[in-house]
Design a protein around this ligand. Structure first.
Ligand code: FAD
Length: 406
């Protein structure tokens, strides 16, 4: 009989369960997640939830009643340990075996760990789940010093929240600039300025070499050049790794993520995958991608659910992402890699609102919009259409964004 088993209970899993019912699927659905919570949204973990402004009930993807109402069996605190493709079963660490007609892998990703000396001291944190937040918050209340390893989105968002809690914050970034992997130096320098204005110290070119402590408790972070930074706690945000081990062991095709097609099908016709764990084709950009974003998790989940129901709804969208730091809402649409011109609209040296348009051979390929919702919204459409817009026009604030394409 029909039984869709969903491995993982994160963003993609929650959306897939909802979409399966919306697409008219009436069979059984079982969702298996190793965390103790029903699907919840991760972005607030480095923003409002970390700040203590909202509780867990506001972070849930769907309210607890949803699963009962939609007849979705949820097994929490349970890890899927093996997929048997011949028998079409999965095994769990609770000793259960479940038979599936279709399997959906939404195993997400995990924080990349720094296995440096002292990594197991008390006070060294990563940030991926609610448990991590609880650990970090226990130090917020004590005040003191925090070192953030990694000046990417997560590190900088944590820095902003910690600074607002009166913590003395130092960000150590290995690259010459923060967020160097994803934004133009104009944007990096802007964020460095704002963080400094908010009292956060930023050290670039800093290669962390280890953690030192006393009686098992962290006291300092050391760098390769011999410098040391005192710290009561440290939050490491140095990227993520997709959870592909189950797929690898089941001999599914895996290439920097579980390889899927535009309908989220893996190399096994009865197994689908969606979200952070996948590597998928983007027909609009003409390349394969592994993305780490809510938009990607939600849209792939919708596509996978449709495909499981026998409907082709290929996933073909321009990626987008956001980051909240202080009063700054950064919205990014498109992928800027390979741009040959960055055009600034507004003044990054003063105030807190501007946009950077990335052009490649005259064509708009990506935008970073800081407190600029119209620029973000319109660019989504313009990039999808693949339009060319002269730099002078993008720069000219007397031209409304709505008139840009004309
Ligand atoms: P996940 O949310 O990782 O869920 C996968 C789940 O599967 C996890 O609970 C995992 O433990 C579980 N699992 C894995 N293997 C097994 C197994 N074998 N058995 C059972 N369960 C298993 N994105 C944005 O777009 N904007 C943001 O501002 C933003 N901020 C973020 C801030 C933080 C602190 C973090 C951590 C992420 C942020 N992201 C943001 C990224 C976004 O949260 C992810 O892209 C999204 O959660 C991916 O959803 P997913 O369902 O693919 O994976």
């Amino acid at each position: 009989s029909d039984h869709v088993v969903i491995v993982g209970a994160g963003h993609a899993a929650g959306q897939a369960a909802a979409s399966l019912r919306q697409e008219g699927y009436e069979g059984a659905i079982t969702m298996i997640g190793n965390e103790p919570y029903i699907p919840y949204q991760r972005p607030p973990l480095s923003k409002k939830f970390l700040a203590g402004e909202i509780g867990i009930d506001r972070v849930y993807f769907k309210p607890p009643e949803f699963y009962e109402k939609e007849n979705v069996t949820v097994k929490l605190g349970t890890r899927v340990t093996e997929i048997d493709r011949n028998a079409k079963t999965v095994h769990t660490d609770k000793g259960e075996t479940l038979t599936y007609s279709k399997l959906l892998l939404t195993t997400g990703s995990r924080a990349r760990e720094l296995n440096l000396p002292g990594f197991d001291l008390e006070g060294v944190f990563y940030l991926r789940n609610v448990g991590d937040v609880e650990g970090i918050q226990s130090y917020f209340n004590k005040g003191g010093k925090c070192v953030i390893v990694g000046g990417g989105y997560i590190g900088l968002e944590v820095a902003a929240v910690a600074a607002k809690h009166g913590i003395d914050v130092t960000v150590l970034e290995m690259a010459p600039m923060v967020m160097a992997r994803v934004v133009d130096p104009i944007v990096s320098r802007f964020y460095e300025r704002v963080h400094r204005e908010e009292g956060v110290k930023i050290v670039t070119g800093a290669a962390v070499s280890g953690f030192e402590g006393k009686n098992g408790q962290l006291t300092k972070v050391t760098c390769a050049d011999g410098t040391a930074h005192e710290a009561d706690f440290v939050v490491v945000g140095v990227g993520i790794l997709p959870n592909v081990e189950l797929a690898v062991e089941a001999n599914l095709k895996v290439e920097n993520g579980i390889a899927v097609d535009e309908c989220c099908r893996t190399s096994d016709p009865d197994i689908y995958a969606a979200g952070d764990c996948t590597n998928h084709p983007n027909p609009l950009l003409g390349e394969r991608l592994r993305l780490e974003s809510v938009h990607n998790a939600l849209e792939q989940a919708k596509t996978a659910a449709a495909a499981i129901c026998g409907k082709e709804k290929p996933y073909a969208q321009i990626p987008w992402f956001w980051s909240d730091q202080y009063d700054l809402k950064l919205q990014i649409v498109g992928l800027s890699a390979g741009y040959d011109q960055a055009v600034v609209r507004g003044n990054p040296d003063e105030g807190r609102s501007f946009a950077v348009f990335y052009l490649k051979e005259g064509r708009l390929i990506a935008v970073d919009a800081i407190n600029r919702a119209p620029e973000f919204m319109m660019s989504k459409q313009l990039i999808a259409k693949g339009v060319s817009i002269p730099a002078e026009k993008l720069r000219d604030e007397s031209i409304n964004m709505k008139e840009m394409a004309a």
